[in-house]
Design a protein around this ligand. Sequence first.
Ligand SMILES: O=C(O)CCC(=O)C(=O)O
Ligand SMILES: [Fe+2]
Length: 258
Amino acid sequence: MNVFKEFFELPAEDKVSVYSNNLKRPCRLYTSSSNYDHENVHLWRDNLRHPCHPLEDCIKIWPQKPTRYREIVATYSIEAKKLGLRILELLSEGLGLGSGFFGDKLSESSLLSVNHYPPCPDPSLTLGVSRHCDPNLLTILHQGDEYGLQVFKDGEWIGVEPLHNAFVVNIGHQLQIISNNKLKSAEHRAVTNSRVARTTAAFFINPSDDCVIEPDKSLIDTNESPAYRPFQFKEFLLNYSSLMGNPEKCLEPFELHA
Ligand SMILES: O=C(O)CCC(=O)C(=O)O
Ligand SMILES: [Fe+2]
């Protein structure tokens, strides 16, 4: 995590080249959410994000400072992907799907999203990240050593205390859809604190943009019907960002009602 902390500690002139409000820029640093101009409440965070696949191409657009950023983050992204694929392999076995089910296009892409939440003078006024479920297949989140992550369960927000060197693994919307709601994506948010900065790194394993997502036939029980229509992953992302990840609304356009 140190290299991420070092990135955010750089003087502004070293970060300005990656700073952008243009959603189309694949590697960018921005403040609050991707919708700064239109959001009602600004989030207390800076976010650096960039794709990690294919590594040889992506690495050329990653930050050049700190000097070891590219080398360290390349190794990190390879290992995070391996871990994610191993977990997907186990989930596939648990669901009774064939080995390699989540390989190829379903898990082809990856995106690293690094959050930095500076100490917030009044944490009651805003959040670090507002409530959402991750839009992807699976997330490998390193939340560092500072508390801030909360998960919504049984009508209340429950704190997820950081464990040193442990990852939080989040099921994303796509895994919920493919499993026809057998797996549920977890609604979560990040709160801030007034004491100390918090830096977290979310490694998102994503389907490729044109990958068609739909409930797998073998996971639709005989007394069930598919809960979602087929769609391309890019269609989901477009809808998700226009709704700012609203967990009640973002599945709606893809739902089928029996
Ligand atoms: O910073 C955190 O603990 C959570 C971040 C998160 O949920 C995300 O980046 O999707
Ligand atoms: Fe998240």
